[in-house]
Design a protein around this ligand. Structure first.
Ligand SMILES: [Zn+2]
Length: 261
């Protein structure tokens, strides 16, 4: 097995630009609650599960690159060789590869959110709803009226969630290509959507406050401090776009020094 050489960390916020609906289970909803609840943590705050982020970014990259589906129709790639399999794991029993990307759940920036809603609505904290309800329906083609109206719970625009994406590198990995492929996925997500009903305007998101740091194998043996790559956080993905070359160069320099490729 190829030896581990280090990790690139991307810590960032995800801001909702439109209402976000990532479905939760109805079990957790009290009687009289919404039919289509959003997923929440045990203390009732909406969050973005890591699996939603990972799955969506992978899917967008596979579509872009025209990657073959494996086995049953609709399954992710299982070749084990392409960058997408290296990053996200091979969906196959035969072609194993180490999954290099790890996503953390994205948790609501509660304080900031409460302040935002307060400034908009002049509500007291206990009155502030953490989600909104929107009616969705189908237009009757004959009468031109709405039918099957159903309420959808969603996180309103302006919420931010904090997450971390971790990219692991092993000896022999093409560091630059893996970073650039992940990057493509982030760009594609901003121009697509997260969660449900995206074609109807839900789930537009943007990355904010992007911070990059590195830990090499030797850092784990030493003082365990992540080394920041840039002095400041980037406000937007577009700002960070301008530094992608430098990011790749710095990551290669640090990882090559401990046995990267
Ligand atoms: Zn593949």
């Amino acid at each position: 097995m190829n030896r581990f050489v280090g990790k690139l960390f991307l810590r960032c916020d995800i801001e909702t630009l439109t209402g976000l609906h990532i479905g939760g289970t109805k079990d957790s909803v009290e009687i009289g609650g919404l039919d289509n609840p959003v997923i929440k943590t045990i203390d009732g705050k909406p969050y973005i599960p890591a699996s939603s982020l990972k799955g969506k970014i992978r899917c967008l990259l596979e579509r872009k690159d025209g990657v073959q589906q494996s086995g049953e129709k609709g399954n992710p790639c299982g070749c084990g060789n392409c960058e997408i399999c290296q990053l996200f794991g091979a969906h196959s029993d035969k072609n194993k590869t180490i999954t290099r990307l790890c996503f953390r759940d994205a948790f609501l920036n509660y304080k900031k959110y409460i302040d935002l809603v307060k400034s908009l609505n002049f509500l007291d904290e206990e009155e502030i709803p953490l989600t909104e309800e929107k009616m969705e329906n189908i237009i009757d083609r004959l009468k031109g009226t709405a039918k099957h109206p159903r309420p959808m719970e969603r996180v309103p625009a302006g919420a931010t969630f904090t997450t971390k994406i971790i990219l692991n590198f092993y000896e022999g990995d093409d560091i630059e290509r893996l970073i650039r492929k992940l990057w493509e996925g982030l760009r594609l997500l901003e121009d697509d959507y997260l969660g449900g009903s995206g074609t109807r305007g839900y789930g537009e998101v943007a990355f904010r406050n992007l911070e990059f740091s590195l830990k090499t194998r030797t850092d784990y043996e030493g003082n365990n401090q992540a080394q920041p790559i840039f002095e400041e956080a980037f406000a937007t993905l577009q700002d960070a776009d301008l530094k992608i070359d430098e990011l790749c160069t710095e990551a290669e320099k640090a990882l090559l020094a401990v046995g990267g490729h």
